[in-house]
Design a protein around this ligand. Structure first.
Ligand code: ADP
Ligand code: MG
Length: 272
């Protein structure tokens, strides 16, 4: 399958954030998307999934030639688009088990899934991601640690078997063991029927999930692309050269320029 993003433009609250994104993903490929805070990476993910707060002001997104922008979010998900949230929300009242069973049923055409078969698959995937089985009966993300929430996103991804997954900074705030587990999940799906856009600040996860392509986003555009070596350049040199070479607006004058966020410095490893 192919996911084509062409000259995509989007705004939120009348602030133009995406200024013409071109990006084509094919199944079988892992793409990394990097770039300073405030570049519009999360905005791009949200627009791919159809978040209602964003207005698409131009361009298109095609999934195997079908116009994704006309589809409701659940339709996109049923067709095989998936997003792991940067900030997963807590949903009290819905257990992990029930949530996943319903989601799997809907993803795979409303087919009733036998409870036994479902549970067996769920248990196996949880074991694979080193998630305690007791989480099946807990409310989704309620009281979960940051790392547990991120692992829960990957569990959903494994169960829903998307054609394209967008992982929005799933690695942020994870210690090295949790990071390896997240990578293990992505690598397990890695084959000709799966593609991913791995959004990250750090080269670290890319040591475990080797990207075929690396793109750098800045001021709402993909400003440069390359292979895995580009991530290493960013790791060692930070984003200053990106700003100098590709910046068209003054800092603080970004589309949507909340300068505090937009000017966050070069790559830093956060404390764990
Ligand atoms: P990134 O994920 O690359 O850090 P974002 O897509 O989160 O970037 O943000 C891009 C810009 O859009 C930022 O300047 C941010 O402040 C602005 N923005 C994002 N969401 C909103 C929102 N809900 N309301 C106002 N501004 C927003
Ligand atoms: Mg973001």
């Amino acid at each position: 399958m192919k996911l084509e993003i062409r000259d995509l433009r989007a705004s939120i609250e009348d602030k133009q954030i995406l200024n013409g994104i071109d990006l084509t993903l094919s199944t079988g490929e892992i793409h990394a998307l990097m770039g300073p805070n405030g570049s519009g990476k999360s905005t791009l993910s949200n627009v791919i999934m159809g978040h209602p707060s964003y207005t698409v002001t131009g361009g298109e997104i095609l999934l195997d030639g079908k116009n994704v922008l006309e589809m409701a979010t659940d339709e996109r998900a049923r067709l095989g688009l998936f997003m792991a949230f940067q900030y997963p929300v807590e949903i009290p009242g819905i257990t992990v088990g029930r949530f996943l069973k319903r989601a799997v049923e809907i993803r795979f055409d409303g087919e009733a899934v036998s409870s036994r078969g479902f549970l067996k698959g769920l248990r196996a995937d949880m074991e694979f991601l080193e998630i305690d089985q007791q989480f099946i009966n807990r409310y989704l993300n309620e009281g979960f640690s940051g790392g547990e929430k991120k692992r829960m996103e990957i569990l959903q991804m494994l169960m829903l078997k998307p054609s394209f997954a967008v992982l929005d900074e799933t690695d942020s705030g994870l210690d090295i063991d949790a990071l390896k587990i997240v990578a293990r999940g992505v690598n397990r799906l890695r084959d000709d029927s799966f593609g991913a856009l791995v959004i990250t600040h750090y080269q670290r996860i890319l040591q475990h999930v080797k990207p075929d392509f690396v793109h750098v986003m800045y001021q709402g555009r993909v400003v440069t692309s390359g292979g895995g070596e580009l991530a290493q350049t960013l790791e060692s040199q930070g984003y200053d050269w990106v700003r100098e070479q590709f910046g068209t607006q003054e800092e603080g004058e970004h589309p949507g320029g909340k300068s505090g966020e937009a000017t966050a410095g070069p790559l830093r490893l956060e404390s764990e």
